[in-house]
Design a protein around this ligand. Structure first.
Ligand SMILES: NC(=O)C1=CN([C@@H]2O[C@H](COP(=O)(O)OP(=O)(O)OC[C@H]3O[C@@H](n4cnc5c(N)ncnc54)[C@H](OP(=O)(O)O)[C@@H]3O)[C@@H](O)[C@H]2O)[C@@H](O)CC1
Ligand SMILES: [K+]
Length: 500
């Protein structure tokens, strides 16, 4: 599991470093890492470093300073370097002087000879001839979307890009992109990942992220934002041990679907069946249909005679009327962990007295999309991590907020994010599959916060496999999928995770 740290946490750590190591030394380390990884990218894409042309986009602060010092390193390796200064008066003085001494060319990005978009002739020409662009426009101190000149330069970049610390135009805290932004092939960051690398579009804009050690990591606090990688999920996924039987691996109860919406029942029970080797019980009016799809499921018509379970997955398709409310109440009273999804969330939003039924010692997982979140607690807003964290605390639940980046907040403030490169899971019924996965993992005794993280990861991978994998003829383009295809790919996803 990797951590991610906010700009404030990183700045505090930097200040600690500066008590023993002078600031310019730390900056030179950062720049050296940018140059080493940038040179590797340049050699790969342009065949060599010496004789190639590197363009630096240089902003007003430390990020631009890193880029200028990286330019010095590129000169040492024989590359031509042109620095386009966005704020010539504020460009890092020592970095500028060093690059000049090293034979680099420094130009004012805005002139002379500015075109109608405000870009100077030298800057425009340099960008056209670039073999590699180093993005040092803005880093940790970025605020808002890129200013017009920076945005214009970014829009003209055609060469491969190495971003310093963060791709400029990506919000360091939320990963949001509101306007033009750098699309990096590679981002070299320092000490640890930032939220901007793992959240929202930021995870895509960052390209491959390299974390360079510049002495900062040792001073960072325990993270409260985490990213699971495939190996974590694979290692934690419950599989039968020699001494296990169907009960010892956890029995999950699924209460989903109705006569009107039987599909939710089939999808949620199906994913629970495939997630673990534990037993699956189904309770609801779609029992016959569930049995015909999944003969291994013990299905009954009513939750009151469903039998013993270790966890409940409740909600998709149960409706928001009186019968749905009683189903949810029964699950909450059971003293078992409950994954409450879809209609369950609406029910809890409409009738907060349902919370009273809850056994305070049993975990509750809520899995809203933005609309359900709004019913429960108002607009999500731009900072999805903060929103999820706040609601997890308020209701003492594990909150899985669906979206392009799945955010899983625990009541103690820890947050897991699952960056997703593709939006293939965004299809009707996909949430029902996720609910079944979470329910099965809860029944297997997996910590609810991790269970959500594992399930989100497997779910995204299953969607990807369904769109691109063997079932799709290993088609590199991909095609839209339905939730049934996603469901069929769950075993392949688990297998791939366990193999990684
Ligand atoms: N401290 C150190 O020694 C080390 C620091 N390190 C490096 O320094 C970076 C942090 O440096 P930083 O704090 O100087 O700010 P940074 O992110 O470069 O922003 C600079 C200025 O940009 C402007 N600006 C803001 N928003 C903007 C926008 N949307 N569009 C355009 N411009 C915008 C705004 O200036 P303004 O124009 O408002 O005066 C702001 O002050 C960090 O990411 C890492 O790379 C590493 O070397 C390790 C050692
Ligand atoms: K940058």
């Amino acid at each position: 599991m990797q951590g991610a740290w906010t700009p404030d946490q990183v700045r505090d750590a930097e200040r600690s470093v500066f008590t023993s190591t002078p600031e310019p030394v730390v900056m030179r380390r950062a720049a050296f890492a940018v140059a080493v990884h940038g040179a590797r990218l340049l050699a790969e894409t342009a065949g060599a470093v010496a004789g190639r042309h590197v363009v630096l986009l240089v902003g007003a602060g430390g990020n631009g300073g890193d880029a200028l010092w990286a330019g010095v390193e590129f000169r040492r390796r024989g590359a031509g370097v042109t620095a386009l200064l966005l704020s010539p008066d504020k460009a890092h003085p020592a970095g500028s002087a060093a690059l000049r001494r090293a034979g680099g060319v420094l130009v004012d990005a805005a002139g002379p000879g500015a075109d109608t978009a405000g870009v100077g002739a030298a800057a425009a020409g340099a960008l056209e001839r670039a073999d590699l662009v180093v993005d040092g426009i803005v880093g940790l101190s970025a605020r808002g979307s890129l200013r017009p000149l920076a945005a214009e330069l970014v829009s003209r970049v055609a060469a491969p890009v190495v971003a310093v610390d963060l791709p400029s135009g990506v919000d360091p805290i939320t990963g949001a992109v509101d306007g033009p932004a750098v699309d990096a092939d590679l981002t070299v960051t320092f000490g640890g990942r930032k939220p901007g690398h793992v959240l929202g579009t930021g995870s895509v804009r960052s390209g491959a992220v390299v974390v360079a050690g510049i002495g900062v990591a040792e001073h960072l606090p325990e993270p409260d934002l985490f990213v699971l990688d495939a190996a974590d999920v694979g290692a934690g996924w419950p599989v039968p041990r020699p001494q296990d039987d169907k009960y010892s691996q956890g029995v999950v109860g699924v209460a989903a679907g109705s006569a009107t919406y039987p599909g939710a029942a089939v999808l949620a029970t199906g994913s629970a069946v495939q997630a673990t080797s534990g037993m699956v019980r189904y309770a609801g009016s779609a029992a016959d249909l569930v049995r015909s799809h999944w003969p291994e499921v013990v299905a009954t018509g009513s939750i009151t005679d469903a039998g013993r379970v270790q966890a409940w997955a409740v909600g998709p398709g149960i409706g928001t009327g009186a019968s749905g409310r009683e189903v949810l109440r029964h699950a909450l009273e059971s003293g078992r962990p409950v994954c409450a999804d879809a209609d369950s969330i609406t029910l809890l939003a409409e009738d907060p007295t349902l919370w009273d039924a809850r056994d305070p010692d049993a975990a509750v997982v809520l899995t809203p999309h933005a609309g359900e979140f709004q019913r429960l607690a108002g607009e999500v807003g731009a900072d999805r991590v903060a929103a999820a964290r706040e609601v997890a605390r308020r209701f003492d639940v594990v909150l899985l907020l669906k979206g392009n980046t799945t955010v899983v907040a625990a009541p103690d403030g820890r947050v897991l994010v699952n960056p997703s490169v593709h939006a293939w899971p965004a299809t009707a019924g996909s949430g029902d599959v996720l609910t079944g996965l979470i329910g099965a993992l809860l029944a297997a005794g997996i910590d609810p916060w991790l269970a959500c993280g594992y399930a989100a990861h497997a779910h995204a991978l299953a969607a990807e496999l369904a769109a691109f994998g063997p079932e799709a003829g290993d088609d590199p383009v991909g095609a839209p999928i339905g939730a049934s295809a996603l469901l069929r790919s769950v075993p392949a996803a688990i297998r791939a995770l366990r193999a990684s």
